[in-house]
Design a protein around this ligand. Structure first.
Ligand code: ZN
Length: 196
């Protein structure tokens, strides 16, 4: 592996070396989520991106990636058929407001990552937005995926306690337990339990 490959893992550097262009497909790390998301591959060819993504997921047990399209300054979920923009991706390259990036903000709270990738600030008394274009606004749920930040632990099914896949957010009137089992599992042991 050359140095260039290592620096590619740091998106701050990668964005300078390889700025993402309109119409490019990004093989983006979707698990685990990072404050500064990593991506592994950029191409204008949708099928090539799909191939790289499947190859990556086949050999990596503790991380996974998805294909996203860079379109109009945002990440999109491409359509399976031809890679055209299907819908806005929940995962985006969020930009922190500078005042939340410095170490002083650590004294007052910490940056957390929602299961959808969204970054928010957990302060001593409340939770607030911390993005470049939306900051200092007190929130009780994720503005990106609507997951409530104040979920009552007692409502959590036994099988989900300690599981990283747990969602529990309300989408309209429907509660989603997790992406794999939207309605939960029937017993106290879930085959997809994930603690790390
Ligand atoms: Zn979210």
């Amino acid at each position: 592996m050359e140095m260039q490959d290592f620096s590619f893992l740091n998106p701050e550097v990668a964005l300078k070396l390889n700025p993402i262009e309109e119409g490019q497909y990004i093989v983006l790390q979707s698990y685990p989520l990072n404050k500064y998301p990593s991506y592994w591959y950029l191409t204008f060819n949708f099928f090539e991106a799909e191939e790289k993504c499947s190859a990556y997921n086949a050999v990596n047990e503790y991380s996974s990636c998805v294909v996203r399209l860079y379109h109009k300054g945002k990440l999109w979920v491409p359509s399976y058929a031809d890679g055209s923009p299907f819908k806005i991706s929940e995962q985006q390259f969020w930009k922190l407001h500078p005042s939340y990036e410095n170490q002083f903000s650590d004294l007052y709270g910490r940056i957390e990552i929602c299961i959808c990738s969204y970054l928010y600030f957990v302060g001593k008394t409340d939770i607030e937005t911390c993005l470049e274009d939306d900051f200092g606004r007190i929130i009780t749920s994720c503005p990106n995926c609507e997951l409530s930040f104040y979920e009552d632990e007692d409502d959590m099914p036994e099988a989900c306690r300690g599981c990283l896949n747990y969602d529990g957010g309300f989408y309209g009137d429907n509660q989603r337990i997790c992406a794999m089992h939207p309605y939960g599992v029937d017993n106290d042991i879930c085959p997809d339990f994930r603690s790390e």
